[in-house]
Design a protein around this ligand. Structure first.
Ligand SMILES: [Zn+2]
Length: 631
C-alpha cells in the first residue's frame, strides 16, 4: 500500500504581530454621521494659553464614544487624579458638551485633561492613517469588548513623576504630573501642579512612539543609540509638524511675534516662539522644548556666511536625545527652506521684499495666506515623514537611512520635485554630516533605495490574489493576513530565494560569529494606499521579515537580529528589499559595545545572557527636567 508523502516541515515562522494588523479597526462611519467632532485643546500647554493662539478648536475624527472617553482606538482612564482635581469618566456625547465644542480648557478641571489627551491622541492617529493610507495597528492594547479589536489605554494621571511614556506592558500611554519649581511659567503658581497630559507636544510625541512601535516592532530594541535617537526624533517631528498644521494657531503666532520677524526665517522664529516658555534665558519652563533652531539655514548654500555657526553635526557617540534633535533640526531646516521658496511668491504679490517681512506688513490678508501656506507644507512634511517608515529597514535603524527612506517615499509619489523638497532634505542632512553608507553621491538617484537586480516576482502576492474588506487598504481578516504571510514566508525562506532577501537559508551554516539562527519570521504584511498631490493613487504591499541569531562575545550571549523590509507592487514584483544582514560582524560589534557602554542602562544580564530591560521609554524619558535645565 502506498503511503502519502509527509509535507515538508515549514521553513519559516509567522509572528503574532501579523494578525494584530486586523485588530485595530477605527470607527466605520455610518451614513448621516458627522465627519468630525470639534473639541477645544491647548495648542502647546497651559503656560501659553494667553498668547500665540494657545487655545484652538480642532476637528477630531468622529466616532461613537462611551464615557471615558472610550472609542475604537483609545480608552482614556480617569483614575488617579491628584487632589484637588476630580475626574470621573467624561461623556463627550452629553448635549451640553456637544453644543460648546467640549469642555473649556482649564488645568483645574480634571475632566478637561481627559478631553485633551483624547483629542490629541486621535489627531495624531488620524495623521498616520492619512499618510499611510491604511489602519495603523497597535503593538499592544486592551480588548474593546467589540470583536477581537484592541485599543490603547491612556492614563493622564498615571503617576506623580516628571515623566511620560508609552509601554507595551502598560497597554498604552502613561502621563505623569509634578510640582513646579519656584519660578514657573505662565499660569502655573510656584509649587503648583504641572501635568504632562496638558502638553500637546508630549501627547503627540507619546502617541507617535506607540504608532511607531506598531509599525516597527524591532525599533523598540535598544540595539544602537541611533535606534533610540530615531524613536525620539521621529516622535518630536510628528508633534512639531502636527501643531504647525493648525492654520489658526500659526496665524496667531505670526501676528503675535511679528516684532521678531525681521528676516526671512519666519518658521524658525515661530518654532522658538512656540517654545517661548522654555527659553534658556530664565528658569521659566514649559513642558516641551521648541525645535533646536541654532544653526538652521534656509538659504541654498553650503558655505556659511562669515561669523555664522553651522548646525550641530551628527556623531554616532551622541546621546539618544541629542541624536533625535539632530534629526529634527535637519528635517525642520528642509521644511523652512521649502516654505521660504514658496512664500517668496506671496510676498512679491503683496509688494513685500522677501527678507523684509516684519511688524509693518504682518497684517491684512498676507498673514492668513502665509499661515495657510506654512500649514500646508507642514502637512506635506508630516505625510512624508510618516510614509518613510514603510521604507525603513526593520531593525537597527540608522539616522542616515531615514534620509534614504524619505527620498524613496517621496520619489514614489511625487516624481517631479518642482520646489526641491528632496534637494532641501539632502542638503539639510549633508550639512549635519548625516551621510548614508554605501552612497557615492548625495543625489536623488543615489540616495533612493535600489530595486533588486535581477527582478523578483512573488505571484501569490499580486493584488489580484489578495482578499480585502471592501477597502484595498484593509485586508479581509486575520486569516487572510496569515495566508499572505505564509505565501511570503514560503517564498523568502526557499533556498532559491533566501539570498535575494539577504536571509540565511534554513539548513545552511550560520554566518561567522553567530552560534544559532532562527527560521526567517514574517513580522508584518500590510497594504499601503497613498494619494499623490496630483491625485494618483499608489498601492503597495509592505512586509517585514526578521531573523534572529545568538551571538557570543567575551562570554556574554545576546540576541542579534537581521532581516528586511520588502515593498511589493500590485503585480507581485518586489520593488525594494531594505535589509540588515545577520552576518554583519561590524553591526554585531557595535551592538555589543553599545550594550556595555552608552546603552547599558537599557539591558539586564540574566546568567550569561543580556536581555532588554522592561519599559525602555520610561528609562529613556526619565529626567526630562534635568535635560531642559542643561540647555
Ligand atoms: Zn520619547
Amino acid at each position: 500500500m502506498a503511503t502519502r508523502p509527509k509535507p515538508a516541515p515549514r521553513q519559516y515562522e509567522i509572528s503574532p504581530r501579523v494578525e494584530l494588523q486586523a485588530s485595530t479597526r477605527p470607527y466605520n462611519r455610518v451614513a448621516g454621521a458627522p465627519h468630525t467632532r470639534p473639541l477645544r485643546i491647548y495648542t502647546l500647554d497651559p503656560s501659553v494659553s494667553g498668547r500665540t493662539g494657545g487655545i484652538a478648536t480642532v476637528d477630531v475624527p468622529y466616532e461613537d464614544l462611551d464615557p471615558g472617553p472610550a472609542g475604537t482606538l483609545f480608552e482614556i482612564d480617569p483614575q488617579g487624579a491628584p487632589a484637588p482635581l476630580k475626574a470621573g469618566p467624561l461623556d463627550l456625547d452629553h448635549p451640553y458638551l456637544l453644543l460648546q465644542n467640549g469642555l473649556s480648557p482649564s488645568p483645574d478641571n480634571g475632566q478637561f485633561h481627559l478631553q485633551m489627551v483624547y483629542a490629541v491622541c486621535s489627531l495624531t492617529y488620524a495623521a498616520f492613517r492619512r499618510a499611510l493610507g491604511r489602519d495603523v495597528a497597535w503593538g499592544c492594547g486592551l480588548s474593546t469588548g467589540r470583536g477581537d479589536t484592541l485599543r490603547l489605554r491612556v492614563r493622564p494621571f498615571a503617576f506623580a513623576e516628571e515623566n511620560a511614556y508609552y509601554d507595551r506592558d502598560d497597554h498604552g500611554l502613561s502621563f505623569g504630573y509634578f510640582r513646579a519649581g519656584g519660578q514657573p511659567a505662565g499660569y502655573t503658581v510656584p509649587g503648583g501642579l504641572v501635568f504632562a497630559s496638558l502638553s500637546h507636544d508630549i501627547i503627540a510625541h507619546e502617541t507617535s512612539h506607540a504608532l511607531l512601535d506598531g509599525l516597527r516592532s524591532q525599533f523598540y530594541q535598544p540595539s544602537q543609540p541611533d535606534v533610540l535617537g530615531f524613536h525620539e526624533g521621529f516622535a518630536d517631528l510628528v508633534a512639531y509638524f502636527l501643531h504647525f498644521t493648525y492654520p489658526n494657531v500659526v496665524e496667531q503666532a505670526i501676528r503675535d511675534s511679528a516684532g521678531l520677524l525681521s528676516h526671512a526665517s519666519l518658521l524658525t522664529n515661530l518654532a522658538t516662539e512656540f517654545g517661548y516658555a522654555d527659553s534658556s534665558s530664565g528658569p521659566a519652563s514649559a513642558l516641551r522644548s521648541a525645535v533646536d533652531v541654532a544653526g538652521i539655514a534656509t538659504f541654498d548654500a553650503d558655505e556659511l556666511p562669515p561669523g555664522k555657526q553651522g548646525p550641530k553635526p551628527y556623531h554616532q557617540d551622541m546621546e539618544a536625545h541629542e541624536l533625535g534633535s539632530v534629526l529634527v533640526s535637519a528635517v525642520f531646516e528642509a521644511f523652512a527652506t521649502v516654505f521660504r521658496r514658496k512664500s517668496e511668491r506671496l510676498l512679491h504679490i503683496a509688494g513685500v521684499t522677501p527678507g523684509q517681512f516684519g511688524p509693518k506688513n504682518a497684517e491684512g490678508p498676507l498673514v492668513p495666506a502665509m499661515a495657510e501656506l506654512a500649514s500646508e507644507i507642514a502637512g506635506q512634511f508630516l505625510n512624508v515623514c510618516i510614509r518613510a517608515i514603510d521604507y525603513c529597514p526593520p531593525v537597527d535603524m540608522e539616522l542616515c537611512e531615514y534620509l534614504r527612506a524619505l527620498i524613496t517615499a517621496d520619489v514614489e509619489l511625487v516624481p517631479d520635485d518642482r520646489w526641491g523638497y528632496r534637494e532641501a532634505l539632502m542638503r539639510a542632512f549633508r550639512r549635519r554630516r548625516l551621510f548614508p553608507g554605501h552612497v557615492e553621491f548625495m543625489t536623488e538617484g543615489a540616495v533612493k533605495w535600489d530595486a533588486p537586480d535581477p527582478a523578483v516576482v512573488i505571484p501569490d502576492l499580486a493584488f489580484s490574489r489578495l482578499r480585502f474588506d471592501g477597502d484595498p487598504a484593509r485586508a479581509a481578516d486575520a486569516g487572510e493576513l496569515r495566508r499572505q504571510a505564509e505565501a511570503l514566508g514560503a517564498f523568502v525562506s526557499s533556498p532559491a530565494h533566501a539570498a535575494a532577501f539577504h536571509l540565511v537559508a534554513p539548513g545552511t551554516p550560520p554566518p561567522k560569529g553567530v552560534t544559532y539562527v532562527s527560521l526567517p519570521r514574517v513580522e508584518s504584511v500590510r497594504c499601503a494606499r497613498r494619494v499623490s498631490p496630483n491625485g494618483a493613487v499608489v498601492f503597495d504591499l509592505i512586509a517585514e521579515v526578521l531573523q534572529t541569531g545568538t551571538v557570543e562575545r567575551k562570554g556574554t550571549l545576546f540576541d542579534f537580529t537581521g532581516g528586511c523590509t520588502i515593498v511589493i507592487d500590485p503585480f507581485g514584483q518586489v520593488r525594494y528589499v531594505i535589509h540588515k544582514r545577520l552576518g554583519s560582524a561590524d553591526r554585531q560589534t557595535r551592538q555589543f559595545e553599545a550594550m556595555r557602554g552608552p546603552l547599558a542602562k537599557f539591558w539586564i544580564k540574566e546568567g550569561k545572557r543580556l536581555r532588554p530591560r522592561p519599559r525602555m521609554l520610561k528609562t529613556l524619558h526619565a529626567g526630562m527636567k534635568q535635560r531642559r535645565s542643561q540647555r
